[in-house]
Design a binder for this molecule. Structure first.
Ligand code: PLP
Length: 448
């Protein structure tokens, strides 16, 4: 029996105690090995215990671990900001560090609002987002999140924000490669702006490639460009939430690079600090920053933001991605892993969809591939399959697909250092887990 834990997270369930983590593997104190097939919560992009990053952090620790940003400039934060600006779209030269994704999103919407007030557009305050979506757990970011079970209890405490449907073409029976599909979903944004009154709409926030709530949703052809055009037409700012899709795991530094669309503000975190330090950033276009700075500065900030230790870690993570050509590996191994996941559809007729880009991949379970009806809720597939995989030694990440209410999808997002042999290991363990799940749920398996 383990001693009582004084930690309190979502539930009372306990997990094994972590002993050690290296590369794509983690070991518990009983010596059991796990392949980190979801990089934690899509965080550990370059794998665990990377020597270059640990060394950079040790070196920084010997110099200083904290220098408050109102008292000192620090070399790691300056170098990291310059590096991030160089990896961002032209004109997005200024970076505001934070310690996580929710903080990055809060910073983005507050900067958008302060900019609007500064340039005489204080009637604009509504931030349109999509449903389903996930933008964070703090009240501002949660108001943008389209995932009812997480937000409903807190609704009276938040300012309700308008939502439009996420472009889930696979559920609506539409062709993701047809530009008409992109135009169809983008038109929902225009309709919502007009319904709300364009003068009241401040921004639209979108995950360029979906995260946990949609399961790696890739937008249909033309969607991201159409959204940009609509925002421009109505003077609405465009925020890309790249907290999960940014940082390189899709094969490009920003997920939106796959679609050639440029935002006004970007939020990043997760793989940016890659699990070495709590780190995130909000990056904004100069045309927003300059008026705000001229008017006296951004009325926002968090104590630990931009601390030199987190920034030294972040800088070393980016150096490691470049030195190891890891974005290329993410593309190559992502292509391989996606093809292997698609192969599993032959054996398991209850896999309804495989989607994603690079190593931001997901598969969704359904009871009928034609109608895309979800599995019966009572099967609790989103939980059961994760536990069966965990018992095999494979970590994957799941959510309820249909806005948190029913349906089951699973993110398979190993670190960007993954090898072909390790991709095979993932598929072997996943096949075993799916076999066991099918047997317990009474679902047919095609073994021919
Ligand atoms: N935005 C997106 C797209 C995310 O995936 C997440 C976390 O899952 C967040 C924001 C919030 O990040 P954090 O949990 O670090 O606050």
């Amino acid at each position: 029996m383990k001693p009582e834990s004084h930690l309190f997270y979502q539930t009372r369930s306990r997990r094994p105690v972590l002993a050690e983590a290296r590369g794509v593997y983690m070991w518990d104190v009983d010596g059991k090995r796990y392949l980190d097939g979801s990089s934690g919560a899509m965080v550990s992009n370059i794998g665990h215990s990377n020597p270059r990053v640990l060394d950079a952090m040790r070196r920084q620790m010997e110099k200083s671990t904290f220098g408050y940003r109102l008292h000192f400039e620090t070399e790691p934060s300056e170098l990291l900001a310059a590096k991030v600006a160089s990896l961002s779209p032209a004109g997005m030269e200024k970076v505001f560090f934070v310690s996580g994704g929710s903080e990055a999103v809060e910073s983005a919407i507050k900067l958008a609002r302060q900019y609007a007030v500064t340039v005489g557009q204080s009637s604009r305050w509504k931030v349109i987002s999509r449903d389903p979506s996930y933008h964070g757990s703090t009240l501002g970011a949660l108001a943008l999140t389209g995932y009812a079970p997480l937000s409903d209890p807190f609704a009276p405490m938040m300012q309700a924000m308008p939502k439009i449907p996420a472009p889930r073409a696979y559920l609506d029976g539409l062709d993701i490669n047809d530009p008409a599909t992109g135009a169809y979903y983008a038109a929902m944004l225009e309709a919502k702006i007009l319904e709300e009154g364009a003068d009241s709409v401040l921004a639209f926030i979108v995950e360029p490639i979906g995260g946990a709530s949609t399961g790696a949703l890739v937008p249909p052809a033309g969607y991201m460009q159409a959204v940009r055009e609509i925002c421009d037409r109505y003077g609405v700012l465009l925020i890309h939430d790249e907290v999960m899709s940014g940082g390189g795991r899709t094969g490009k530094f920003m997920g939106a690079e796959h679609f050639g669309a440029e935002p006004d503000i970007i939020a990043i975190s997760k793989g940016f600090g890659a699990g070495y330090a709590p780190l995130g950033a909000m990056i904004a276009h100069d045309r927003l920053i300059d008026p705000v700075l001229d008017a006296g500065g951004f009325l926002h900030g968090h104590t630990y933001a931009g601390n030199p230790l987190a920034c030294a870690a972040g800088l070393a993570v980016l150096e490691e991605i470049e030195a190891g050509d890891l974005m290329k590996n993410a593309s190559r191994m992502g292509g391989l892993l996606k093809a292997r996941l698609q192969n599993l559809m032959q054996r398991f007729s209850f896999i309804g969809d495989v989607r994603g880009e690079g190593l931001l991949l997901a598969f969704e379970l359904v009871s009928d591939r034609q109608t895309m009806q979800p599995l019966p809720k009572a099967l609790n597939a989103y939980n059961e399959l994760v536990e069966l995989a965990y018992a095999e030694g494979l970590i994957i990440y799941s959510r309820r697909t249909r806005g948190g209410l029913e349906g089951d999808h699973f993110l398979v997002c190993p670190p960007m250092i993954i090898t072909e042999g390790q991709v095979n290991e993932i598929i072997d363990m996943l096949t075993n887990a799916l076999d066991k799940f099918a047997a317990s749920a009474g679902l047919a398996v095609e073994t021919a």
